[in-house]
Design a protein around this ligand. Structure first.
Ligand code: GLC
Length: 544
């Protein structure tokens, strides 16, 4: 059923996504309205004013569809309904209506590479047997070895172990992730038609865009050729090649046909409906092929996320990403953290040092032209929770690889003295992962209105980003000459100029000649006619 009156987009601006700040809501960990310890759609609706006040333009919601939750919802059993854990379709409608009324757009996650093994198509495929039309929608194959007892090829799951599982009749099916996530056969017309219909279903409900999960994965090389090594044979994991090399199951040229078919669907709706690719490709050039006027609008720049804390590393990544985006005529999509990666406070050194750097990185990212994605909790300076007890970890990759993404998925601390810090309704003590005692001082309530807090830093930066004419366009940046280890660039519009300076040099830097400071990740002190910018800090200066 479609909402009677699909909520109208907040503005008619078709290009809103080019410079938007998108806030990633990891639904199960954002806000829990019904007190079951898991975040939900009503929880998001209730917290929309917080997001409005923070100053973001759009939300990306991780999957809330019907799912056994083996991979936290990235195993979808019904693409057109809400899992009872998160609410009902009516809750989605209420949430998007309120979001749009507040001027916030909604991007939903689409998981096209695989379904859940609980999806009716997979149940039908298992029941129908080898050679059936039902099996043709997935990637079933005969095994190798005399009795077909070996997997059809040497492909490895991203979550560790073989990418194939054998079913009782002897055939094997492909799952690039968990066995509960069978890969679809995207050369099958029914699969393509189904997802085009799913796109329309959510577009009709008013969504402003889609984040495409594993956007590089849907087409596998013909003949399913071996990679040639894997962790079982040589000890080297195939996933090491993600973003660095070619794999026969990722970034195949044919995948672009799918996006060329989707783009006219998005374009047929008013208000600038967009799609962002979670894609891994060997080079920035191959990544850029996912974006452009006839494919997707954006692709996350994971090279920026992976840049080490050094001026050279950031400068190289920024220059490459901006050059590529100029060629394809689409903005760069900056991101520092997400639900799959260790939080950047921790990646940059953890503790006080990591937090200082993370705050500086925020000013760096938010001054760059293009779109920026903020992962929930980074505006609070949350670190990775490194000491979750093993028995509480839920990431399906944990059992197979010993690596778990749970530490960046701990529920958001909103208020109060005790965990889970207002994650649920008053009095609720449940949260699906426990928040550490050290988070008391990091809650929204503990930081709101406190000068110098990370939350206030983000609020200031987002306000300046919206208001300052020099940050309005999508024109490039001009690097300025500085001492080694200090990054400085400016953006201009007419007489307006905004300069971002990041000090990664190891010593305090004196900054003069860029005008008045409008945001700083650490205290600046005046010196002569300039300012002293401490180590691991960033500041914005403006002239109009
Ligand atoms: C993407 C998601 C990740 C998920 C995987 C399989 O990488 O971001 O969370 O586990 O796809 O769907």
């Amino acid at each position: 059923m479609t909402a009677a009156t699909p909520p109208a987009p907040p503005t008619a601006d078709n290009d809103w996504w080019r410079s938007a700040v998108v806030y990633q809501v990891y639904v199960r960990s954002f806000a829990d309205a019904n007190g079951d310890g898991v975040g939900d759609l009503e929880g998001i609706r209730q917290r929309l004013p917080y997001l409005r006040e923070l100053g973001v333009d759009a939300l990306w919601l991780t999957p809330f569809y019907t799912s056994p939750q083996i991979d936290a919802g990235y195993d979808v059993a019904d693409y057109r309904d809400v899992d009872p854990l998160f609410g009902k379709l009516a809750d989605f409608d209420a949430m998007i209506t309120d979001a749009h009324a507040l001027g916030l757009r909604i991007i939903v996650d689409l998981v096209p590479n695989h379904t859940s093994s609980a999806h009716p198509w997979f149940a039908a495929a298992l029941a129908a047997g080898p050679g059936s039309p039902e099996r043709a929608r997935y990637l079933f194959a005969e095994g190798r070895g005399e009795q077909g007892e070996l997997p059809p090829n040497d492909w490895e799951s991203i979550f560790g172990g073989p990418a194939w599982t054998r079913v009782p009749d002897g055939q094997w099916y492909l799952h690039l992730f968990d066995p509960a996530q069978p890969d679809l056969n995207w050369r099958h017309p029914e699969v393509r038609a189904e997802f085009e219909d799913i796109l329309r279903f959510w577009l009709d409900r008013g969504v402003d865009g889609f984040r495409i999960d594993v956007a590089h994965g849907m087409i596998k090389a013909a003949g399913l050729p071996d990679v040639g090594f894997n962790s079982m044979t040589t000890g080297r994991r195939q996933s090491e090649l993600l973003g660095k090399g070619r794999l026969p199951y990722f970034d195949q040229d044919e995948v672009h046909e799918i996006y060329r078919a989707w783009r006219p669907i998005l374009d047929s709706y008013p208000g600038g409906r967009m799609a962002v690719a979670e894609a891994w490709a060997e080079t920035p050039q191959r990544l850029a092929r996912y974006i452009g006027p006839d494919e997707l609008h954006q692709a996350f720049s994971f090279d920026f996320l992976d840049a080490t804390w050094s001026a050279d590393s950031f400068r190289k990544v920024i220059d490459t990403a901006l050059a590529e985006s100029t060629i394809v005529g689409a903005p760069t999509t900056w991101v520092l953290s997400n639900h799959d990666r260790q939080r950047h406070v921790t990646r940059y050194g953890d503790g006080e040092v990591g937090l200082r750097r993370a705050r500086a990185a925020a000013l760096l990212m938010l001054a760059l032209p293009g779109c920026a994605y903020v992962y929930q909790g980074e505006e609070l300076g949350l670190p990775e929770v490194l000491d979750l007890p093993d028995e509480l970890r839920q990431d399906p990759a944990f059992l197979r690889t010993g690596e778990s993404r749970d530490g960046c998925r701990v529920p958001i601390p909103w208020s109060g003295e005790l965990a889970p810090y207002g994650f649920g309704p008053a009095g609720s003590e449940l949260s699906w992962l426990p928040a550490p005692a050290t988070w008391r001082g990091l809650s929204v309530a503990a930081q709101a209105g406190v000068p110098g807090s990370t939350l206030e830093l983000y609020r200031t930066a987002l306000r300046v980003r919206h208001e300052h004419p020099a940050l309005a366009g999508t024109d490039g940046i001009t690097w300025l000459e500085t001492e080694p280890g200090v990054l400085a660039f400016h953006r201009t519009a007419g007489d307006a100029e905004l300069t971002c300076v990041v000090n990664i040099s190891g010593a305090a830097a004196t900054i003069t000649g860029y005008g008045r400071p409008v945001a700083a990740s650490a205290d600046l002190t005046e010196r002569g006619d300039g300012h002293v910018l401490p180590v691991d800090a960033a500041a914005w200066f403006e002239r109009r």
